[in-house]
Design a protein around this ligand. Structure first.
Ligand SMILES: [Zn+2]
Length: 113
C-alpha cells in the first residue's frame, strides 16, 4: 500500500488516547469505551475492545499459527467524546484554565480533561 503522491498529513483529531468515547455509527454503535490509540496520519482511532476483527496469523518460529482477535482502527468521525456527567456523547468546547487548554462539555460544562 504505497502511494508516492500521499504526503503524511497530520489530522487534527478531536479525541486523544485514554478518552472515553461513544461510537456513533457502525456495528459498535452506542458503545462506550476508551481510546487506545490515535493514528493522526490516517485520521483513525483504535478503541479498546471495539471494532474487533479476526486475523489469521501464520505459524512463526515456535509460535503456533491461528486466529487472533484484535481491535481494528476506525475513522475518528465515528466516535464522539463521552461526557460522564451527561452519560452520553457530547460536543465539546475549549477553555483555558491555568494557561492550559481544557475541553469542556458544551451541555453541562463538565471538564473532560
Ligand atoms: Zn456533559
Amino acid at each position: 500500500m504505497r502511494n508516492s503522491k500521499k504526503t503524511v498529513e497530520k489530522h487534527n483529531i478531536h479525541v486523544k488516547s485514554g478518552d472515553k468515547v461513544v461510537v456513533i455509527s457502525g456495528k459498535d454503535k452506542g458503545k462506550v469505551s476508551s481510546v487506545k490509540k490515535v493514528i493522526t496520519s490516517e485520521n483513525k482511532v483504535v478503541v479498546e475492545g471495539l471494532n474487533i476483527v479476526t486475523k489469521a496469523q501464520r505459524a512463526q518460529g515456535g509460535n503456533q499459527g491461528g486466529l487472533i482477535k484484535m481491535e481494528a482502527a476506525m475513522d475518528s468521525s465515528k466516535v464522539m467524546l463521552y461526557c460522564p456527567a451527561c452519560e452520553k456523547a457530547t460536543r465539546i468546547k475549549y477553555d483555558v484554565v491555568d494557561n492550559k487548554k481544557v475541553r469542556i462539555c458544551k451541555k453541562c460544562g463538565e471538564k473532560l480533561d
